[in-house]
Write a new protein. Structure first.
Length: 485
């Protein structure tokens, strides 16, 4: 038996290599099919492994890799959805419906969805359900087209998969008073309230009827605590509750109060610490009420903008300057005029992003590097392994974790997807590179972009007509359809 296992482990790497070789060949085959297809269609993106979106006369349709038209080019937009295998079809009138990858219309293009109704969860099916509207009345539809919740609410209906609930809201047209309805996934009404705080991680929600707040257990479908004047949901399973002008902290995991009798709602930080206000001063305390340090406003101006840090630091403002102190009030990250964007996801590292600046510190506040980004930075760039930075008039890739520059230098660089960059060399040639700086594709490109399913499109000037650009295709394995002709 031991010998059998030894042979198995010996052959596992060979099986992995064989599978990768098959993937490379399959990807190369798909690129060739795309290239043939591009001579007949204006390809926009790859919707699925064998389904391609194309454009004609400012409208969009779908075609298979073998050239069969799946949907004619008559839609304003076609989007992939999450939580289902359906595609969202948009009309110029702002209506939407859904089709499968074979082109079968599952849900007619007759509903108001997405940006046209202001619902941020536009293309996500939750538990097989999606919010839809008609004539500004909202309901919920499932992937078969059945209306689980009728179109009768004034605001989008939310689907809460974890707690098996639906939330709808509306207003009484005579009084303009708002109401909120909590339903099960079958659309049956469980309660109607005047206000609501949605469930925390423990499944506890807060609802208001008249002037009174109560806590409701969504799992047991029962009320557990109540008669509060005000309620604020907090992280870590805590809820700040107010009675008779005093704030307490309720632990929904232990089903008990852990702190009582403070002037303002209680702010929950990491490592079991809390901000509380007594006699006009904010203090940081532990779960027993013991003060870590008092009068926190000596160090940070406004505890409403008090950020609990994963590193144990406490972030906040001094006037227009943002920075961090430790639990003793000592300044660790210098207070500067910057955005409140910081990343503590890398062990022993703190990364500050501010428009075009990158600052890196260790957890003791020692500066490790200060760089100028070659691109505008925003929250989406968090957790990227590399960031393009300006170095001596060139662009280099900064390894955030190791706080060092990769040895390569470029004229320009921008993200193509999370793991690849398009870079421009001094001779103005472009290349597609990975996070390690390895060249995946190098050709006389005018542009490189990601079009889905592991495929990159790049354009090259036509030799017969320099004013025209021809599209070619590449993958992460180094396959591409450009022949240099």
């Amino acid at each position: 038996m031991n010998r059998l296992f030894s042979l198995l482990f010996l052959f596992l790497p060979l099986l992995s290599i064989s599978q990768q070789s098959a993937d490379v060949k399959q990807s190369a085959k798909r690129l060739k099919a795309l290239q043939r297809l591009s001579t007949q269609y204006n390809i926009q993106s790859i919707i699925g492994p064998d389904v391609v979106e194309f454009e004609k006369d400012d409208h969009y349709g779908l075609v298979s890799l073998d050239g069969k038209v799946i949907l004619p080019a008559k839609y304003y937009m076609i989007w992939k959805t999450y939580g289902s295998n359906l595609l969202m079809l948009w009309s110029e009138e702002g209506l939407a419906g859904f089709a499968d990858h074979s082109g079968h219309i599952v849900i007619p293009v007759e509903y108001e969805i997405g940006e046209f109704i202001g619902n941020e969860q536009t293309i996500t099916f939750s538990n097989g359900m999606h919010c839809v509207a008609r004539n500004e009345k909202y309901g919920v539809i499932d992937t078969t087209g059945h209306l689980v919740v009728p179109l009768k609410y004034n605001e989008p209906v939310s689907v809460d998969v974890k707690n098996s609930l639906l939330y709808a809201s509306g207003y009484n047209e005579g009084t303009d008073d708002w109401y909120y309805i909590v339903m099960n996934l079958d659309g049956d009404t469980l309660m109607t309230t005047d206000d609501i705080h949605y469930p925390n991680a423990e499944g506890i929600m807060a609802v208001r009827k008249g002037e009174v707040w109560n806590l409701y257990d969504t799992k047991k479908r029962e009320f557990i605590k109540g008669d509060y004047d005000d309620v604020t949901m907090r992280d870590g399973g805590f809820i700040s509750v107010q009675s008779n002008g005093q704030w307490s902290l309720y632990d929904t995991k232990k089903r008990e109060y852990v702190l009582k009798g403070y002037e303002e709602y209680i702010i929950v930080h990491n490592d079991g610490l809390f901000s509380v206000k007594e006699n006009g001063h904010w203090s940081l305390i532990d779960a027993t009420g013991q003060k870590v340090y008092s009068d926190i406003t000596k160090y940070i101006d406004d505890t409403v903008l008090f950020y609990p840090g994963a590193s144990g630091l406490i972030w906040g403002w001094r006037g227009d300057a943002f920075g961090a102190v430790d639990t003793q009030g000592r300044t660790i990250i210098p207070f500067k005029e910057r955005h409140e964007l910081f990343d503590e996801s890398i062990p022993d590292r703190i990364v500050m992003l501010d428009d075009f600046m990158i600052e890196i510190y260790d957890i003791k506040g020692t500066p490790l590097g200060n760089y100028e980004s070659s691109i505008y930075l925003w929250q989406d760039y968090y957790n990227m392994e590399r960031l393009p930075v300006n170095v001596d008039g060139k662009v280099a890739l900064l390894d955030i974790k190791e706080c060092k520059l990769l040895p390569f230098r470029y004229k320009e660089a921008y993200y193509v997807d999370d793991d690849h960059f398009c870079v421009t060399f001094d001779d103005d040639t472009k290349a597609l590179i990975d996070n390690q700086g390895n060249i995946i594709l190098k050709a006389p490109c005018e542009w490189i972009g990601y079009i889905g399913e592991g495929v990159y499109e790049f354009t090259v000037k036509s030799k017969s007509d320099p004013e025209k650009e021809v599209s070619y295709y590449a993958d992460k394995y180094g396959n591409n359809t450009y022949k240099g002709k």
